[in-house]
Design a binder for this molecule. Structure first.
Ligand code: SF4
Length: 339
């Protein structure tokens, strides 16, 4: 298993399938986009499935979350999900997406074995969406959400980042909309992972701000840590239930002591933490002993990859280090790490 020196065991694997995205969210990347990862450096579908197979069959991974950039831009996504659904034991699988293209793919993803989705949506106002994402695709995201719910990719979770002066007045409206549409809303504190390195602690909307805003219209009862486990979101029961609302407060209320996550980048690097500044390469080991279509993959090579992955996680730091005055933002931006 993937254990670290603090006794935490990683059972939740986040896999970034691409660093590319079809939105340009202001808190993530500049308008012109970024220098994308070179194609030869990107893992192939076979390499991704092989690493997930090793993680599930040799390292105790129980959950796989496909992320990006925007994972719906990965041409082989449905087939990757299908092949992972055939693994024994079968991992639970989810997807973090901006929702663009979900209307077209929701049914196929469900049929392939995907269990549920997290869709990013920061506003109910198309004009604010256009300002925040620099794209006029608000309708596409709403239709993607409906298609995911109708396809049974449930619970459909909605991830929202509030930005001062843009959508920070929308928290109660967003919750009312989520309750009405049976989506589970989670507010995420903005994190210092933007490519522009423009994040300022005193410029972000905190969990406290969000809860105060919600309480102007809703009665919120804390769900309690016993139900939370290692989940990033603290949850509140809305108006006595059944709906919940979540807040992921990585900055003001870190939850690292119970972290069960390990990450794989689209170019084959293990990241022990969202904020890690070091990475461990698995791609070289993969390509040193490529899988043979007839004979399958080399068990010794797979065992070596598992050993390197275990070693990387053993060295996982206690937490994000965000409260440390020496904290340095990772070089790799969020768009190439994934949620
Ligand atoms: S900041 Fe790092 S250690 Fe903390 S919960 Fe997130 S991934 Fe885990």
């Amino acid at each position: 298993m993937l254990i670290d020196t603090y006794g935490r065991v990683a059972t939740d694997l986040r896999v970034s399938l691409t660093d590319r995205c079809n939105l340009r969210c202001t808190y993530c990347m500049p308008e012109e986009g970024l220098q994308w990862l070179a194609k030869p450096d990107l893992l192939t579908d076979d390499e991704i499935v092989r690493l997930i197979r090793i993680a599930v069959t040799e390292l105790g991974i129980e959950e796989v979350r496909f992320t990006g950039g925007e994972p719906l831009l990965r041409p082989g996504l449905v087939s990757i999900v299908e092949r992972c659904a055939a693994l024994e034991p079968r991992p639970k699988m989810s997807l973090t997406t901006n929702g663009i293209g979900l209307k077209r793919t929701a049914k196929a993803l469900k049929a392939a074995g995907l269990d549920r989705v997290n869709v990013s949506l920061d506003t109910l106002r198309p004009d604010v969406f256009k300002t925040l994402t620099r794209r006029d695709r608000h309708r596409d995201v709403l239709e993607g959400l409906e298609a995911a719910r109708d396809a049974g990719l449930t619970p459909v979770k909605v991830n929202t980042v509030l930005m001062p002066g843009l959508n920070d007045d929308e928290a109660p409206d967003l919750l009312a909309w989520a309750v009405e549409n049976d989506y589970e809303l989670r507010f995420i504190e903005q994190m210092p992972l933007d490519a522009q390195h423009g994040w300022k602690r005193d410029g972000m909307i905190t969990a406290g701000d969000i809860l105060a805003s919600l309480r102007t219209r809703f009665d919120l009862t804390e769900e309690g840590s016993e139900r939370r486990g290692s989940a990033p979101a603290e949850r509140w029961v809305v108006d006595g239930g059944p709906h919940r609302v979540g807040v992921i407060a990585s900055v003001t209320r870190p939850f690292c002591a119970a972290c069960d996550r390990t990450r794989l980048t689209a170019d084959g690097q293990v990241r022990t933490c969202l904020f890690a500044r070091e990475e461990t390469d698995l791609r070289a080991a993969l390509r040193a002993a490529p899988e043979d279509a007839a004979k399958g993959s080399d068990a010794a090579a797979d065992a070596e990859i598992a050993r390197v992955w275990r070693l990387a996680m053993w060295g996982k730091k206690a937490g994000s280090g965000l409260d440390d005055p020496t904290f340095l933002q990772p070089d790799r931006p969020m768009s190439a790490i994934g949620g």
